[in-house]
Design a protein around this ligand. Sequence first.
Ligand code: HEM
Length: 359
Amino acid sequence: MDFWYRIRFPLMAVGMLALFAGMLAGLLRFGWNLPSPSQDLPSLHGPLMVSGFLGAVIGIERAVALGRPWGYAAPLFAALGVLALLSGANTAGVMMVLLSSAIISAVYAVILRRQFEMFNLTMTLGAIAWLIGNVAWLKGYPVYGFVLWWCGFLILTIVGERLELSRFAEPPRLARQIFAASLGILLAGLVWSSFVPDKGIKVMGIGMVAIALWLARYDIARRTVLQQGLTKFVAVSLLLGYFWLGFGGIMLFLQTGWMPGNGYDAILHMTFLGFAFSMIFGHAPIIFPAVLRVTVPYRPAFYLHLALLHISVALRVAADIIPLDGIRMWGGLLNALALAAFLVNTGISVRKGLGGKDA
Ligand code: HEM
């Protein structure tokens, strides 16, 4: 087996380490009485989840798509960044992650040159959004000052991937123009929010709603949800994700000011958990075989982690809005259990897949 295939496993393992450490950090931030390996860990929650876990996983996926060894430098630096952050070398960690986002932007630029399509442009803009967020992080801004750029990174990356798949359904010209306009609104809001947060977040919120409505209307998921088995599961995951992206956009539009607090918590986790992780749950059985060459046979039990994710996000968001701090804490714990259930359920399927191969 070639080196570039084998290297994906340690990179993925460090991504997983970031996910576990990020989950622990999130629970500590809620005040759950859990052992913490370091005092800094709670403050690393956002960076470990976004730049550590998702940075590494998206980096591996893109390196596979690029098909050139240098593409692996992006997930490699994200992984080194995770290890540096966890060992207390914060500045080195931020620099590694920054380098990772610069390399992945270059990877996307090469892919864009090969094939100048809206979906590649959208993903390239996503990588640049991550890069901008990381520059602000290195400059010492607090996370809330640039976290919307990280949201932009995930929204644009995921939307670009969906667009790539939906292009087979060939949306009409007007639909493509509406998409370009929605993207423009989102980006304008993102840039504006960095200078005038009160007004910029409203524009970004409108962009999120517009993109969610576009996806709900034009993504093939609307049709494939009527099928059975894995196809239906993927479509249900996607449509639920679009709901949270739209709801998050509405809350961002209604939000006054952009500071940590209940609205902040709800909007970020509707985007990261309700939208991004729902997409990950839906795509895992397709991406895993492509990236790690292991099969993840579909089982109806997948609906367990999907339901737990969405119920727990709904609980957390409701508790943020009412507000009910005790319930919010439980919502957070159930979020973490949903992610753990996803990993266990996927692991069981991989084992079944391996068993099937042996037979
Ligand atoms: C596993 C369950 C999770 C728990 C228990 C959790 C918990 C928390 C808490 C308590 C906060 C502080 C909110 C505030 O200050 O108002 C927070 C912020 C944040 N979370 Fe999560 N979270 C989880 C999942 C995620 C995921 C999956 C991501 C991203 C992929 C994420 C990214 C962030 C970011 C970027 C912040 C802002 C950090 C900051 O301002 O320093 N979280 N989270």
